[in-house]
Write a protein that binds this ligand. Structure first.
Ligand code: IPM
Ligand code: MG
Length: 363
């Protein structure tokens, strides 16, 4: 198949990890006879420097016309002044909302090799397989913001329709997994959470009666995620709770550098990005962990292009790399550290070799 993919490298380690993801996608294209046409565009701090805005109109237009969007990371210390008018992160938020990508899927499956990198005891981590569905275009991130000399406010709003659509998406995922859905809110304090809970009950009761639904308060959930992560499966929550809980969940996997994400809406277009940030402290040194970006490319193959075999091949190649000890600095824990490009090259080789082996068998 032919696919048009917009590549938004962004800031910090963004360019390095997207280079890896693109190389792996091109290895997939070569091995499986696809054609992936890459369209680089500006976002974030890089776009502020070049165009004076974190999301240039040309970037949004290119993304709307594409089959999928691959993103590295945005942000950095040079744009972090609290009084700054232009923020790299705003470009990402406007892109998510401009493309209507309201459901952010963040799978958390600790890899056996990375268990030692996790600060959590290994016996709590075996068998953990979570899918966090974070609402991505509503809530406090997108409410009215105000500031005067003595006060500031951020408004948190959710409509029934916004809650319904993301809960439906999570419930459909739960149907295909363990039939168990946990919704996270703060219904003991927040009105938006009380609405969230009512609507979630209604959607699951009316449309997914076979699903076991449970509610957790976000503070308790933060604790349960560490104390008994294996007990959970699909977790659905609002925008800011999802942001915070998935950084916490990343520690189950051993490193932020291992967690990919897919942001989806109604159509097949999606935005695929690691959940980690731009890591300015290690940017440009060739040592960034490319696994989250590569795994995000696997999600792109699965969700936007419908290429499940290819997605699984990428995921297997990443797993093989971890088993082979091809580890970046954040996972090496005393073992030899592998550079970003070397890890990428090995994964690409595995993909090319794996597919030709299948070809040989068929001949
Ligand atoms: C994430 C990030 C973003 C968010 C930032 C960069 C705006 O933390 O994707 O989790 O808060 O959504
Ligand atoms: Mg975050």
């Amino acid at each position: 198949m032919r696919a048009e993919i917009v590549v938004l490298a962004g800031d910090g380690i963004g360019p390095e990890v997207t280079e890896s993801a693109v190389a792996v996608l091109q290895a997939v294209a070569a091995a499986y006879a696809h054609r992936f046409v890459m369209h680089p565009q500006l976002i974030g701090g890089a776009a502020i420097e070049a165009e004076g805005t974190p999301l240039p109109a040309a970037t949004l237009a290119a993304c709307k016309a594409a089959d999928a969007v691959l993103l590295g990371a945005v942000g950095g210390p040079q744009w972090s002044d609290p009084r700054a008018k232009l923020r790299p992160e705003q470009g990402l938020l406007d892109l998510r909302s401009g493309l209507g990508l309201y459901a952010n899927l963040r799978p958390v499956v600790p890899h056996p090799v990375a268990l030692t990198a996790s600060p959590i005891k290994a016996h709590l981590l075996t068998g953990v397989d979570l899918m966090v569905v974070r609402e991505l275009t509503g809530g406090i991130y997108f409410g009215e913001k105000k500031r005067d000399a003595n006060s500031a406010s951020d408004v948190c709003t959710y409509s029934v329709a916004e809650i319904e659509r993301v809960v439906r998406r999570a419930a459909r995922l739960a149907q295909r997994r363990r039939g168990y859905l946990v919704s996270v809110d703060k219904a003991n304090v927040l009105e938006t959470s009380r609405l969230w809970r009512e609507v979630t009950n209604q959607v699951v009761h009316d449309e997914f009666p076979e699903i076991r639904l449970e509610h957790q308060l976000v503070d308790a959930m933060a604790m349960h995620l560490i104390a008994r992560p294996r007990d959970f499966d699909v977790i659905v929550t609002e925008n800011m709770f999802g942001d915070i809980l998935t950084d916490e969940a990343a520690m189950l996997a051993g490193s932020m550098g291992l967690l990919p994400s897919a942001s989806l809406g109604e159509g097949t277009i999606g935005l695929y990005e690691p959940i980690h940030g731009s890591a300015p402290d290690i940017a440009g040194r060739g040592i960034a962990n490319p696994f989250a970006a590569i795994l995000s490319a696997a999600l792109l193959l699965r969700h936007s292009l419908g290429l499940e075999t290819e997605a699984l091949a990428v995921e297997r190649a990443v797993s093989d790399a971890l088993y082979a000890g091809e580890l970046p600095s954040d996972l090496a824990a005393g073992k030899p550290v592998h550079a970003t490009r070397l890890i990428t090259e090995r994964i690409s080789e595995r993909l090319r070799a794996g597919q030709s082996a299948i070809g040989d068998l068929r001949d």
